[in-house]
Design a binder for this molecule. Structure first.
Ligand SMILES: Cc1cc2nc3c(=O)[nH]c(=O)nc-3n(C[C@H](O)[C@H](O)[C@H](O)COP(=O)(O)OP(=O)(O)OC[C@H]3O[C@@H](n4cnc5c(N)ncnc54)[C@H](O)[C@@H]3O)c2cc1C
Length: 457
């Protein structure tokens, strides 16, 4: 059996992280009056920006949130077109223990959750044959042993990619289609980058909360409601420039300018890399270096609604060993938590950006071909199809950040360092321990708010 499931953030290292003073769900504090004259512009209304804005507003700060999209949420967005939640971005609460602030936000809105059973998994080989249980168990055991072996063998500053380190240490693993599938469906999905570009020592070195992952059957983005309530949020206001001076900041957004004492920038790493926001003066060399150096990959989702199921209704996940690594190699069965005949497919690693560049029709044909490799003519024409294209979305330009070969963990955290005591940063990419998660993004927003409050007092 697979030891810990697809979201292996807790596979080999479980670190409890949420003990910092800022790692709490924000509440109104008695200090509310002290920051009354402070003005803050928060750039981006994803969960990190909203967490920062909510916390500051609750302390009396005058906050304006400027968001490029016509909706809040960023990479946390629920689409109800199919009558069941299609989570375009985050789908699971990873490690929903009581320490996990996302669990607490979910509880606060009475969210309905469902534990997903990572061990309820059938894997099919490239010929469409269902692997017998012992074969699947062996793949999982081999993959786990490989990861442990790497952990034991590698120095923390090993500059190689995960693939190169495996090639040197256990070359046979790369020739084993089952282990390659696991490296893609588990590792590449979890980290958001291809094994060819993932840091060998850092690929599983992050922290995690405990508890079996859950999906939110009442919709993930409902957790944003209390964070956004009552805030001055200006949608469809793409920010093009942030100017920092000794006495304040000017944020250029949607054709106008907003002056404030401080700015909190929560835009994704992909947007920072693209340079679509002009920072004046230019960001310090350390920030620029880290923005360029860290990885930002994609994860592509497709949901098919079929008239009738052709798959086993009780199996939570289907793995498919595809010749192109990362191509629609993992599927979630909605019938395990709803009555909808929906299959959600994932492309990861190097294949995700390839899928992102397809048209919706091309992507559907590509993913259906993979399903037909297993279920043949039983796969009917879907009634409805939903897709994502994160790496071509101009306000995301990828899915989540990951450590590239030669990166250091501190480079993520350093991106959370303020500039000139006026410009603050948050977002999933500003915390190594919880990069690529909603809880990491949320906690980073609380951190940025604490930094601003500290400065403003
Ligand atoms: C496909 C996918 C699957 C995922 N799965 C999971 C999961 O299962 N569990 C989990 O915990 N996490 C998951 N994540 C990661 C999680 O969604 C993110 O870490 C988190 O939502 C990031 O929040 P953020 O606030 O840092 O960034 P964002 O949500 O991206 O917010 C940044 C905001 O800035 C806005 N913006 C960008 N440019 C500008 C501009 N120029 N001007 C103004 N605004 C701008 C954006 O529109 C966006 O609203 C997944 C992500 C993706 C994409």
């Amino acid at each position: 059996m697979k030891p810990a499931g697809i979201h292996r953030r807790q596979l080999l290292k479980v670190a409890l992280f949420a003990s910092g003073a800022w790692a709490v769900v924000p509440t109104r504090t008695p200090r509310a009056q002290t920051l009354r004259d402070t003005r803050v512009v928060v750039v981006g209304a994803g969960i990190a920006g909203l967490a920062a804005a909510r916390t500051l507003a609750d302390q009396g700060v005058s906050v304006v949130v400027v968001e490029a999209n016509a909706h809040i949420g960023g990479r946390l967005r629920t689409d109800w077109t199919l009558g069941v939640p299609f989570e375009a971005g985050a789908g699971w609460i990873h490690g929903p223990s009581r320490d996990n602030p996302i669990r607490r936000l979910a509880d606060a809105v009475g969210a309905k959750t469902k534990v997903t059973d990572d061990d309820s998994l059938s894997v099919f080989d490239a010929a469409g044959r269902k692997l017998p249980d012992p074969e699947l168990s062996k793949i999982n055991a081999d993959w786990e042993r490989l990861i442990k072996r790497l952990d034991d063998a590698l120095e923390s500053d090993d500059p190689r990619s995960l693939r190169d380190a495996i090639a040197a240490l256990a070359p046979g693993a790369l020739k084993d289609p089952g282990v390659l599938w696991a490296l893609s469906a588990y590792t590449e999905f979890s980290k958001g980058g291809p094994i060819e570009d993932l840091s060998a020592p850092l690929h599983d070195d992050d922290g995690a909360f405990t508890g079996a992952d859950v999906v939110l059957v009442s919709g993930y983005d409902k957790i944003l409601g209390p964070l956004a309530a009552g805030l001055d949020i200006r949608l469809s206001h793409p920010v093009s420039a942030i100017t920092t001076a000794n006495d304040g900041v000017v944020v250029r957004a949607g054709g106008g300018e907003i002056e404030a004492d401080y700015a909190v920038c929560s835009v994704p790493l992909g947007v920072l890399k693209a340079g679509t926001i002009a920072f004046k003066p230019a960001l310090p060399p350390g920030h620029r270096k880290n923005i360029a150096a860290l990885g930002f990959g994609s994860v592509t989702k497709i949901a098919f609604e079929f008239a009738a199921p052709f798959w086993d209704l009780k199996t939570q996940y289907f793995g498919i060993v595809t010749a192109a690594k990362g191509r629609w190699n993992y599927w979630m069965n909605y019938r395990t938590f709803s009555n909808s005949n929906v299959l959600l497919g994932l492309s990861v690693g190097a294949y995700a950006p390839v899928a992102d560049r397809m048209t919706d029709a091309e992507m559907a044909a590509d993913a259906l071909a993979v399903l037909r490799g297993v279920w043949g003519t039983k796969v009917t024409t879907p009634l409805r199809v939903l897709t994502t294209h994160w790496s071509t979305d101009p306000y995301a330009l990828g899915a989540y950040s990951y450590p590239r070969p030669g990166n250091r963990a501190a480079q993520f955290d350093d991106l959370g360092e303020p500039v000139a005591d006026r410009l603050f940063f948050c977002g999933e990419h500003t915390t190594f321990d919880h990069a690529g998660t909603t809880h990491g993004a949320y906690l980073s927003g609380l951190r940025a708010a604490a930094q601003v409050a500290e400065e403003a007092r």
